[in-house]
Design a protein around this ligand. Structure first.
Ligand code: CMP
Length: 138
């Protein structure tokens, strides 16, 4: 069990002005921010980040969407971070997300689902390293 996870606030949420409210909910849930970046992915960068999904039917749509506008990337710390963060954000499809979760409140569809959360300790490390150098985290 690791105490860190990685998240992105996705282009649907940044464009609708939800960034502050989502960060507020994350912090109030007990996560502390160890790295934070407002940036925009190219299609190549989005494809590399989601490489594991390259063969899936939705890959093109996912890459197009994730490079369509700014995102906020962050490394978060809390005990049991990966699992607790996935509980906080809710199911991938907001239609199935529990009441009060970030995706239930801020997401519109399975493709445009407001936030990403790492699915394992190993991927949390890989994804954090994708965005942040040692100088940009503590
Ligand atoms: P995320 O947690 O960022 O990880 C992979 C993403 O792929 C997922 O959130 C969804 O946004 C997206 N995704 C998963 N399934 C589908 C689908 N059926 N159609 C479109 N996008 C999807």
């Amino acid at each position: 069990m690791s105490n860190r996870t990685f998240t992105m606030i996705k282009p649907d949420a940044t464009s609708k002005g939800y960034t502050g409210a989502i960060l507020d909910q994350i912090i109030k849930a007990g996560f502390s921010i160890k790295a934070l970046k407002w940036t925009k992915l190219t299609t190549v960068q989005a494809g590399l980040f989601y490489d594991v999904h390259r063969e899936r039917g939705f890959f093109g749509e996912l890459v197009e969407f994730m490079s369509s506008g700014p995102i906020v990337a962050a490394i978060l710390e809390k005990e049991n971070a990966v699992e607790d963060f996935r509980t906080l954000i809710g199911a991938t499809n907001p239609a199935n997300a529990a009441e009060g979760t970030i995706r239930k409140k801020f997401a519109a569809s399975i493709g445009e689902n407001a936030v990403h959360g790492s699915d394992s300790d190993e991927n949390a490390t890989i994804e954090g390293d994708f965005f942040f150098s040692k100088l940009e985290r503590f």
